[in-house]
Each structure stands twice: as structure tokens, then as C-alpha cells.
Design a protein around this ligand. Sequence first.
Ligand SMILES: Cc1ncc(COP(=O)(O)O)c(C=O)c1O
Length: 388
Amino acid sequence: MTLHTGRHFLQIPGPTNVPDQVLRAMAAPTIDHRGPEFASLTLRLLEALKPVFGTSGPVLIYPASGTGAWEAALVNTLSPGDRVLCFETGHFATLWQRMAGELGLDTELVPGDWRHGADPAQLAERLADDSAHRIKAVCVVHNETSTGVTSRIPEIRRVLDEADHPALLLVDTISSLGSIDYRHDEWGVDVTVAGSQKGLMLPPGLSFNAVSQKALTASRNAFLRRSFWDWRPVLEANQRGYFPYTPATNLLYGLDEALRMLAAEGLPAVFARHARHARATRAAVRGWGLEVLCADEREHSGSLTAVLMPSGHDADKVRKIVLERYDMSLGAGLGKLAGRVFRIGHLGHLGDLTLAGTLAGVQMGLERAGVPLAQGGLPATLDVLRGE
Ligand SMILES: Cc1ncc(COP(=O)(O)O)c(C=O)c1O
């Protein structure tokens, strides 16, 4: 039976802990979404979102989970039969590729081992073979939530530029936006896909497309069928602060507050905090004598850490013990990693002591599950937290 004394620790890599001030903001009365007060809220939000994406271009808000924003990115920019190049970085990249196939796109998946990010060298090879420019879009998941690996988007952009290839670059930042440094304009991304329930510290239910001028131009000649996801009516209504449907009013109140919090801390400080918590978490994992799933030092995620179980030990047994004894939720291994890894979310609204408590809970869960541990885990975490 789960104990419920004190607060539940929601240490999955999203949805994340929603700050009290965001919860309070959402508890305000719902207003007329066609009235003047709502229009000024929307106009403020659409501006305040831009620095979070690192863009001066439009950002669209959908009342949908991240999956909806994936679909919006594809159907607004591509036509039936267009070739889309995806990288098998993990579970979510594979789901996005599957969606693209279901929508009638011709997808190519660059195979991966789920321990590395999208490989710029493999992209260079694929582009070199594509002198006819059949590839219309390259899809990359910036931070693979199933593996804790962050792809190097600037390097992906550089490869596209060096090949002088016109493909659109579509990037999923669902578990990186507001947690890991990200720059839509500077990195030449055409559509950035994001969601509310991770670095933005909101409940699930909103998702986003940040859109480049090149993507907007492409959308005029894109013929995949679309209605609800169509950027055009949204962009048009947004100019006056409205939406072509009933928006998620109270989630937008929460977004307003969450954006204020991110601005008050300052994005560079937000990214540094996440990177430091990620280092402190990796220090614990290594101090226990366990292995972090991410296999490239350049690609460790700032927002979550996936921990490989020693052979013969079941990650789900550890998660069950941690939930039942310590009232903490950890992320499960997804897809082919089921039972082999558990994931520690350290993103969103998180301080040093919450992280230290999280890692104490993980250690106690591992010990109770009979996983042999070295004793250096928590001291190594505290060294990172003390020292930096
Ligand atoms: C990287 C990534 N992409 C896409 C999704 C799908 O988003 P949603 O579950 O909000 O539809 C998730 C969900 O966790 C994710 O982590």
C-alpha cells in the first residue's frame, strides 16, 4: 500500500510538479474567450513565449497534448508521399516516425541503439545520396525522453547547410523546452514542437509549434489534409488575440504564470540549474556503481537520467517498491527498454533538496530490491550540490 504522508514525489520525466502559484493562477474564474480581457492575455502570451523558444517568429498554441503538435508540424508543411528522414533515437522518435507514415508520408528511419542522439555523420551520408532532394523534412527529437539523450541540433543544422539541402528541420522539444538550452532561430529550426507538461511546469493539455518563415512558405504548398491543425486560421485569429475554437482558458492562465516564473529566474539560470541537477544525478548513479543509459558524454540530458539495471534485476520492481514505500513515481522503461531501465525526471519545478530526496528514495528502493550498490552515490550527489 502506498504511504501518503508528506508530498508525493512526481519524479517522472513529465508531467512534472506544477508549482503552487501556477495551480493558483489556474483556479481563477474562466472568462469569455471572445472578450477583450482574453485577447490581451493571448497577445501577452504569444509574445512571452518567443524568448522561451528563442524565436522572433510566430508560436502557435494548441489545446492538445504533444502528439497533436507533432501532427500539426507534419500536416502543415508536407504533402502526401513526401520523404521524411527520422532518427531512431528512442521510443518517441519512433512514434513520430510512425505517425508520419500513417499520415501518408514516405518515412526513412536511420537506425539507432537508443543510447545515442541523432548522428550528424549519418545525416551527412543520407543527404549526400539525395542529390534529387527527395527528402523534404528531417525530424529530430531534441531530448529523447525514453533514453535521456539530447541530440546536437546545431550540428544537424550545420550538416544540412553544408550539403546545401533544402529539407525542413522539424524538432521535438517536448522534454527540453524550458529545461535545456534551445534556440529555434539561431539553430535554423523550421518547426519546433513543444508541450506544456514538462519544462513549462503546467499540467498536460497545451502544445506548441514555433514556425520559421521557411515553414510558413512551405505550408502554402503543403497538401496533407488538415483542418483542426491548420496553422492559417489560428495565426489569423491570434493577430487579434483570439482562437478559431474555444481555447483552454485556465491552462493559459497557468502558462502566463509559468512564463513569469521562467523569466524571473532567467533562462540561462534555468538551464544551468537543470544541467547541475543532471550532473548530481549522474554522480549518484555512478557512485552506486550503476550505468547511465546515455553513452555519449556530449549528449547527457539535462532533464532526465535513464538508469540501466544490472542484468538479472528488474527496473519495474524497483519502481514499484519506490512507489509503495516512499510515495515517489519514477519513469518506466519504454518500448524495448521496458524492465531494463528506470528514468529519473529532474526537470521543471525542482530544487536541490527535492533532488537529494529523490535520489535518497531511489537508493533505498534499489537496496530493498536487492540490487548490489556501491556506497558512493548520495555523497557524490551532495558533493555536486555543495560544490557548484
Ligand atoms: C519527446 C516526446 N515527444 C512526444 C511526446 C508525446 O507527447 P504527449 O504524450 O504529450 O502527447 C512525449 C511525451 O512524453 C515526449 O516525451
